[in-house]
Design a binder for this molecule. Structure first.
Ligand code: SF4
Length: 269
């Protein structure tokens, strides 16, 4: 197995998500491009596909960014409609196969998206806090392990920092939210020089209209960070494709962007 990917390895919640979803899908997403005999062009085009949930998040974050810079809610919704129409004109360019027939019209999906935007606005109450949109990818090191974080937005107050993420629906592995919160808090600690006890991670759940605040003591952060190291170690001790078992199962493969190139699924799209 080509080892170039090792030099580029960083742990991230997204990587962990792929690993837990299906190690073979992880292989295609993070390692395939370095492997001999892989159709790199095809792989790149598949990697760009997303689920409705990922698309919602992208569109909502764009909309929130526009709201933060002063646009009105009707203006933002109008732009969301235009973007959605593009997806409906060529769904094969945007969506994984199992997600292409979920909605019958852009109006239907616009209704869902508008509801999520309204839910966000009803949860979002930054009174007395200076907030700004972040939406970047940054890298930190914990005991030599590179970790990539992607805060959605950030609020700062003289005594505390709040890093926030949008969640459409709760993940199937809830522990991932703690690992993600830990990585964001470690990042904010390094970036803003603040004690971890004064950094919170807020999750905005848009499908069930609630906000969850994660806060941890220093020993809890250390415990979570040690788990991240263990998970990263498991991802790094692999030697060949056989170390990435295919978790073939209808519900999973239907939502996998690599099902058209995976020889181990019985659920080809
Ligand atoms: S198609 Fe199924 S088995 Fe193959 S990578 Fe995707 S989820 Fe895994």
């Amino acid at each position: 197995m080509n080892i170039t990917w090792r030099r580029k390895f960083t742990w991230s919640p997204e990587r962990q998500y792929y690993w837990d979803f299906c190690p073979r899908a992880y292989y295609y997403n993070y390692i395939g491009e370095w492997e001999e005999g892989m159709d790199k062009e095809k792989l790149e085009s598949l990697k760009k596909l997303c689920s409705w949930e990922e698309l919602y998040k992208d569109l909502l974050l764009e909309g929130i960014e526009e709201l933060v810079t002063g646009d009105s809610v009707p203006e933002v919704k109008k732009r969301l409609r235009n973007r959605l129409e593009k997806v409906f004109q060529a769904p094969q360019d945007f969506l994984i196969p199992g997600e292409r027939d979920v909605y019958s019209s852009s109006e239907e999906i616009l209704g869902v998206l508008s509801q999520y935007l309204d839910n966000f606005l009803s949860l979002f109450q930054p009174s007395g806090i200076q907030g700004y949109f972040y939406r970047v990818q940054e890298r930190i090191y914990y005991k030599g392990l590179p970790i990539t974080v992607s805060p959605d937005f950030l609020f700062q107050h003289p005594e505390r920092t709040i890093v926030s993420k949008l969640i459409i629906s709760p993940p199937s592995v809830p522990q991932l939210l703690d690992l993600q919160a830990c990585s964001l808090i470690l990042w904010a600690e390094e970036k803003f020089g603040m004690e971890v006890e004064n950094i919170f991670c807020d999750y905005y759940y848009l499908s069930d209209l609630r906000m969850e605040r994660k806060k941890y003591s220093r020993p809890q952060i250390i415990e979570l960070a040690e788990k991240i190291i263990i998970f990263a170690h498991r991802m790094l001790i692999v030697k060949g494709i056989e170390d990435f078992p295919a978790r073939s199962e209808e519900g999973r493969c239907r939502l996998c962007k690599f099902s058209s190139i995976c020889p181990d699924t019985d659920y080809l799209q």
